[in-house]
Design a protein around this ligand. Structure first.
Ligand SMILES: Cc1ncc(COP(=O)(O)O)c(C=O)c1O
Length: 349
């Protein structure tokens, strides 16, 4: 064994089976494809452009987002997926001696970055009903990160409660990861004017059907974004490639297409959740593109295995105590969800 070797428990992403003839409901991707503008931008992209480095500040994408979100371009930073942005945010904002706070059940990567960057942290247990309790975030801390709506629960925390957390934590950064916000709930964008310690993190992987392209961004005050840029430019200044910027810009310019798909997914989700409840499953209320469901009449492991054998991939968390009896099922197209429901009905009979 050599000295100085780093040992770390990495983030374990959901399986990424490459077969095309499966129903993939395990990593919250979008069932619907790219808009025609994105397809045109891809077809019109000349590989010769790649001899040059990509841009340092993704000005065209920031301008498009600035118009879409009604914020100044100086309030935006783009990254290689929101994982890149979140990692930069941890390095930028969480440098205090007090522990940062996040729920015990949330995006599993937060704990991994805290470990990797040696940031002290406390995992705050969710309430018995799996909600985030505001008062748990009103005590001394070195910063806060919440996913809203939360994952893997799917539960949305009302904006007024997010504001209460902001009010009681004015001297640290409060990061709200809005990966799933366009499937339900109200964005915290309107709070940015009042609270310059708020950082919103967004991704093109879920609502914009571009998980494979790797684009994410943060919105915050120009001062905080400048600090994030300093960190970004201390790691990998060209982390966003040319093609990714071009296609993500086209997606923003054709946003009605994605809004329509988000609405379809939300409708399918509400129908699917109700159908599972009628089978006796316990299903948490979801404002996202997935549901967290506790099967009835069959164990989560057995249902997971039977679905997988049928070519339907869902997410099972055997090592997470509070939800080991649950399955997280992403919401695909209506047809995919009908097939999934029919298989479930067969297995629980
Ligand atoms: C809450 C949350 N944040 C961030 C991410 C990362 O997304 P990206 O594909 O933009 O890296 C995910 C992915 O599943 C997520 O669930």
């Amino acid at each position: 064994m050599i000295r100085g070797l780093r040992q770390i428990e990495p983030y374990r992403a959901g399986a990424q089976p490459r077969q095309l003839d499966i129903i993939k409901l395990n990593t919250n991707e979008n069932a619907y494809g790219a808009s025609s503008k994105v397809k045109e931008a891809l077809a019109g992209f000349s590989a010769d452009q790649l001899r040059r480095y990509s841009s340092l500040d993704q000005d065209s994408l920031r301008q498009a987002l600035s118009r879409q979100l009604g914020v100044d371009a100086s309030q935006l930073i783009i990254g290689n997926g929101s994982d890149d942005i979140l990692s930069i945010a941890f390095l930028t904002f969480f440098n205090n001696p007090e522990p940062i706070l996040f729920p015990d059940l949330t995006y599993g990567f937060y704990k991994v970055w805290a470990d990797l960057y040696q940031i002290p942290y406390q995992e705050v247990p969710l309430a018995a009903d799996f909600t985030i309790k505001t008062e748990d975030y009103q005590r001394p801390n070195g910063g806060i990160i919440l996913t809203n709506p939360n994952a893997p629960t799917g539960i949305y925390k009302p904006l007024a409660e997010i504001e209460d957390i902001l009010k009681s934590n004015r001297d640290v950064a409060v990061i709200v990861d809005e990966a799933y916000i366009n499937f339900g709930g109200q964005t915290a964008l309107s709070l940015l004017e009042k609270y310059d310690h708020l950082v919103l993190v967004r991704t093109f992987s879920k609502d914009a059907s571009l998980a494979g392209l790797r684009v994410g961004y943060a919105v915050a005050s120009p001062r905080l974004i400048a600090s994030m840029n300093a960190v970004k430019h201390s790691i990998n200044p060209y982390s966003v490639d040319l093609l990714a910027e071009r296609l993500a810009t086209a997606a923003v310019e054709d946003w009605e297409h994605y809004e329509r798909n988000c609405r379809r997914i939300a409708e399918t989700r509400d129908w699917f959740r109700q159908a599972l409840i009628e089978l006796g499953f316990m299903v948490l209320p979801s404002a996202t593109n997935f549901v967290l469901a506790k099967p009835q009449g069959i164990s989560s492991r057995s249902l997971f295995e039977k679905l997988e054998a049928r070519g339907i991939f869902v997410r099972y968390f055997p090592n997470v105590k509070r939800i080991e009896d649950f399955l997280r099922i992403s919401i695909g197209s209506r047809e995919e969800m009908e097939e999934c429901l029919n298989a479930i009905k067969e297995f629980v009979k």
